[in-house]
Design a protein around this ligand. Structure first.
Ligand SMILES: N[C@@H](CCC(=O)N[C@@H](CS)C(=O)NCC(=O)O)C(=O)O
Length: 273
């Protein structure tokens, strides 16, 4: 949400599955779940919809909600229903960006949630007149809030219309979503928190990377493409070694090199997969 609308922010990672979450969240009390947002004046805001409204109010120029009043009211409805609803889909298909499960069989409750989602998307498009692409013509908070739903539809191979399947892939192809996934992939938990006893295939966008971390340089570049600081952590891609100022910068690039314009520019292009 913040990245997509060009709002400045800093991210703090917490140990969602490592047992440290409660301690990690103490500075944000009484927020206890993620995401949580701390404003420059120190005010903490929990719940993604409250965060969205706060950001829209503080940055009216950023266009978080659609400008048309009917579209804006409908977008608010869709976001609120997403946050409050689809509990069975959410329980049965926890969001993960690691792989696509093959042969997942959704229950009738999950199918009912999917039908409701498709009904809401059709309604949004009837209000906006946008047959394809963002629900309200221009990318808005509605698309932000349905990106985790798209991740479930694609990650579990859930049945939706061809047009809605294409919309899901479009949401997940967004460069900011690719970056979000790549940053998530810098952390791994053992065991994987959301296992399925099913075969898995690669994530369809930026799913496989031929880059890998290496212990030593020298690298072609002396300065990190992101911070400009001296390099200390390295990856190899297509036989060339590139350096970064820390392991996180390196690992998010290893996860999906084509998601990072500053790296692509430095490397003179990257094969997308
Ligand atoms: N309704 C909340 C949902 C927040 C939520 O469920 N967060 C999950 C991760 S997506 C969480 O913090 N889980 C950790 C836990 O339950 O201990 C919102 O929209 O922000």
């Amino acid at each position: 949400m913040l990245e997509k609308f060009g709002l400045p922010y800093r991210t703090h990672m917490i140990g969602l599955y490592s047992g440290t979450m409660a301690t990690d969240m103490e500075p944000l009390a009484p927020a206890r779940l993620v995401p949580a947002l701390r404003l420059p004046d120190g005010t903490v805001v929990g719940e993604s919809l409250a965060m969205a409204e706060t950001l829209a109010e503080r940055h009216p120029e950023a266009g978080l909600w659609p400008t048309d009043p009917a579209a804006r009211a409908t977008a608010r409805w869709l976001c609120a229903e997403m946050v409050a609803g689809f509990t069975l889909l959410r329980d049965q298909c926890p969001m993960q960006l690691q792989c696509c499960w093959q042969g997942f069989r959704p229950t009738s409750e999950t199918r009912a949630d999917l039908q409701r989602i498709e009904t809401l998307w059709t309604h949004a498009r009837s209000i906006s007149g946008a047959a394809t692409g963002p629900l309200f013509g221009t990318y808005s908070l509605a698309d932000v809030f349905y990106t985790p739903v798209a991740a479930r539809i694609i990650g579990y191979g859930l049945p939706v219309s061809a047009a809605n399947h294409a919309y899901c892939l479009e949401l997940l192809s967004d460069i900011t979503v690719r970056q979000w996934r790549a940053m998530g992939k810098t952390v791994s938990y053992d065991p994987f928190p959301y296992p399925q006893d099913l075969p898995a295939s690669d994530w369809p966008i930026g799913g496989t990377s031929s880059a890998r971390a290496v212990d030593t340089g020298p690298s072609i570049n002396a300065a990190c493409p992101y911070s400009g600081k001296p390099v200390s952590d390295y990856l190899v891609l297509d036989g060339k070694i590139w350096g970064f100022c820390n392991a996180f910068c390196r690992d998010k690039t290893v996860a999906d090199p084509a998601a990072w314009p500053k790296f692509i520019q430095m490397a003179g292009g990257v094969n997308d997969s």
